[in-house]
Design a protein around this ligand. Structure first.
Ligand code: GLY
Length: 403
């Protein structure tokens, strides 16, 4: 009897220890699993509606209470399939892999698109994640062809990739010749990957040239960035420093700052060049120390918006920054960057920004801003906010599993 009691005490002590460790691990994984489960339930509803329609639809946002489905050449068309790839990766559920492949392959013809720079966003988030997770040879070919298409927009005189065409468009009315937006930093990932996948180093060289010219011309001394730099096609000189989606030419548009942080973090990963790491860190410090960054760390749509605090937040910029910071934490100041990212994710996952089940057009996050000056997509869900939130959840999960 006494021996039995001793055994019970030992087993209880063992279980208590396991439970104590379990609580620490569990509280971390609870955050991730709760929010992955929520994302799954929203995207199950979303994909059930789309699949039920019998059409191949690509949801971006809500306009006037209705889901806006977009054409495949829209810059955000890769994010819906990209989110499906992340759901597959986060859950291991084959159902998501099948859907991700279907909605990725619907974008196949985008590989030949040369009309704008966003082919990097589109192909990277869809086929890029698809190739990473499936190794599908057909996807590798799409990525390399897409990089060729993007490279056709390289303008040697300025050493950059032209973002937008001008002739006959609103960009012509602005007097621009060769506009480059800070967002374009994100397209470079496609070029780096294409060099790895093809051995053709011309893609890599274009990416490095663009990243270097952007450091030179796109940043102010405080490391905030201009949205648009307009270059001369003849001699490569800078003609204008302006904005399209920010509050003013001299303001700091929140998502532009997010693209810069993410873009240079990625450039450091791909090249190992510390000047890119430095640029990412300085661009982030601008955000971290800005007096207009709210306590919950979810930026207003522009750091200089005139009616702060009565201005819309841009949840998409927070999701992009959080994801970038998890990566940055693997290169420098791990505790500092991870703590920042964790706090942003906690805010994003609070009732202030996370949708209620079955609401918000079945997107995950509320309260993003597309382009306030164009009165377009203000205070709405956006598919790229969801995409970077899922990517951030995945990165957080990876970091915590090796702790
Ligand atoms: N790349 C366009 C945007 O960030 O709104």
């Amino acid at each position: 009897m006494r021996r039995t009691s001793i055994v019970i005490v030992i087993i209880s002590a063992f279980l208590f220890t396991q439970l104590s460790f379990g609580v620490v691990k569990k509280s971390t994984s609870d955050f991730i699993s709760d929010h992955v489960n929520f994302a799954v339930s929203q995207y199950e509803k979303q994909t059930n509606i789309i699949e039920g329609s019998g059409k191949v639809l690509n949801p971006k946002t809500i306009i006037n209470g209705k889901i806006r489905y977009i054409p495949i050449i829209e810059w955000t068309s890769g994010f819906f399939p990209g989110s499906l790839w992340y759901l597959f990766e986060l859950t291991g559920d084959k159902k998501w892999e099948t859907l991700a492949a279907k909605y990725t392959e619907a974008l196949d013809s985008v590989q030949y698109l040369t009309d704008h720079h966003d082919i990097g966003f589109i192909i990277g988030s869809s086929f890029g994640n698809g190739y990473r997770l499936s190794g599908n040879e057909a996807y590798r070919k799409v990525i390399v062809q897409a990089a060729k298409s993007l490279s056709s927009r390289f303008r040697p005189a300025a050493g950059i990739i032209q973002s937008w065409n001008v002739k006959g468009n609103w960009q012509e009315e602005r007097g621009w010749e060769c506009p480059v937006i800070i967002d374009n930093m994100m397209n470079l990932e496609l070029l780096f990957h294409a060099t790895t996948l093809s051995g053709d180093s011309s893609f890599y060289r274009i990416a490095v040239s663009h990243a270097d010219q952007t450091i030179k011309n796109h940043f102010r001394p405080d490391y905030s960035c201009w949205h648009v730099i307009d270059y001369s096609l003849t001699d490569g000189s800078v003609r204008h420093k302006q904005t399209a989606q920010g509050y003013s030419d001299e303001s700091a548009w929140a998502r532009g700052q997010a693209w810069a942080i993410y873009g240079y973090t990625m450039c450091y990963r791909e090249t190992g060049d510390r000047k890119y790491l430095n640029q990412a860190e300085k661009a982030f410090e601008f955000v971290a120390n800005h007096p207009n960054l709210p306590k919950d760390k979810i930026p207003y749509w522009d750091f200089n918006a005139p009616k702060i605090p009565n201005e819309p937040r841009d949840v998409s910029s927070a999701a992009i920054i959080a994801s970038a910071l998890y990566e940055l934490s693997t290169y420098d100041k791990p505790k500092y960057y991870k703590a920042w990212a964790d706090e942003m994710m906690k805010s994003l996952s609070s009732k202030d920004y996370l949708a209620k089940s079955g609401e918000n057009g079945n997107f995950i996050l509320m309260h993003s801003v597309g382009s306030l000056p164009h009165h377009s997509e203000v205070d709405v869900p956006l598919n790229y906010a969801d995409y970077y939130y899922l990517e951030a959840l995945k990165r957080k999960m990876d970091l915590e599993s090796i702790d």
